[in-house]
Design a protein around this ligand. Structure first.
Ligand SMILES: [Zn+2]
Length: 272
């Protein structure tokens, strides 16, 4: 085997490896196997030659190159273990680590809940990583599926935002929260985009029933003559702005004149 010949074949192999051109890689490997056999035959005759050591090293070099080319060739997936570093796709929904972590926080807030199976309703409407809140200390009407992070922040808002504000501004305890619901497969009014409600990632709150029998609604209380009602409703809105990513109140537009909308979509920090 001449030096020119070796350089040409080496170029062929490395080019195949570099381009990951599988067919050529295998052809080159077979070609090398043939050369190796020829070189080994020559090696046995090397003993009678002057450059015997050179012949043996050349043979060893050829064998090493075969190993290199084999390691560079792609092997059909069925016969191959996954390459190091390639991981399974991450778990989503109720099986995800994020859900488990969130569920732990929800439990530590004292909430009772039932995880719901992940659902795809079609048309982009889903309820992944959702749960049903069973008890957060205060009854809440019309709560359907909620993503865990929404449920977690809602629970904390009722506990640390709504209840203390009612005592401070209205001198009474909240005994019920009335909502307009959570999951709803619909688009944002006046837009082609799906609402966060279509992902079980939003909740609408309409009113608060107090222990003294008063019912403070967004519709009647936001601009009520009684300043305590106005202050209470703005205090619970401002508390929500620290917890949810998006908060829309009657200040936002006419569509929200009778409820507070909270969701965990978008980049956050939207509070009106
Ligand atoms: Zn809403």
């Amino acid at each position: 085997m001449t030096g020119q010949h070796t350089a040409w074949v080496s170029g062929l192999i490395y080019d195949a490896l570099r381009r990951r051109y599988n067919g050529l890689c295998h052809v080159a490997t077979l070609f090398y196997a043939a050369i190796m056999m020829r070189a080994e035959q020559k090696m046995w005759q090397c003993g009678s030659r002057v450059h015997a050591t050179c012949c043996r090293y050349a043979s060893l070099f050829v064998v090493l190159l075969i190993g290199l080319s084999l390691s560079g060739c792609d092997i059909p997936q069925g016969n191959r273990r996954p390459a190091h570093g390639i991981k399974k796709p991450p778990a989503v929904g109720v099986r995800s680590p994020e859900f488990k972590q969130c569920a732990g926080k929800l439990s530590s807030l004292g909430a009772r809940y039932t995880p719901l199976p992940d659902k795809n309703y079609g048309g982009g409407c889903t309820a992944y990583g959702a749960l049903q809140l069973d008890n957060i200390g205060v009854p809440v009407t019309r709560l359907g599926p909620m993503t865990c992070s929404l449920a977690q922040h809602f629970t904390a808002w009722v506990r640390y935002g709504v209840r203390p504000a009612a005592r401070i501004y209205l001198g009474s305890d909240v005994v019920r929260v009335d909502s307009f619901g959570t999951y709803n497969c619909r688009r944002i009014a006046g837009s082609s985009r799906l609402s966060e409600h279509a992902k079980a990632n939003a909740v609408d709150v309409a009113a608060f029933l107090l222990a003294d029998g008063r019912r403070i609604s967004l519709q009647n209380g936001w601009n009520a003559a009684d300043p305590r009602q106005r202050k209470f409703l703005r205090a619970v809105r401002d508390s929500a702005c620290k917890r949810f990513r998006t908060v829309l109140s009657p200040d936002y537009n006419a569509a929200h004149h009778d409820h507070l909308h909270f969701d965990m979509g978008g980049r956050g920090g939207y509070c009106r």
